[in-house]
Design a protein around this ligand. Structure first.
Ligand SMILES: [Zn+2]
Length: 64
């Protein structure tokens, strides 16, 4: 599996060609990280050191 990652923020989004919503997520990711260094790599290479982007399912507010 491949991932689009931002080196600066150390965030990634998985590239899922079979998922039509994935393109939107990638576009959003690229927009948010405009001006940063984005790379496409194998997920294995960034796994563990990068954090996942766009956990939109969990939109609960976290009060600290
Ligand atoms: Zn970034």
């Amino acid at each position: 599996m491949r991932a689009r990652s931002c080196i600066k923020c150390r965030e990634y989004v998985l590239i899922e060609p079979s998922n039509p919503n994935n393109i939107e997520i990638i576009n959003k990711f690229e927009k948010e990280h405009r001006g940063h260094t984005l790379i496409t790599s194998n997920f294995e290479e960034i796994k563990g050191s990068y954090k996942p982007y766009g956990k939109e399912e969990e939109q609960e507010e976290k009060e600290e």
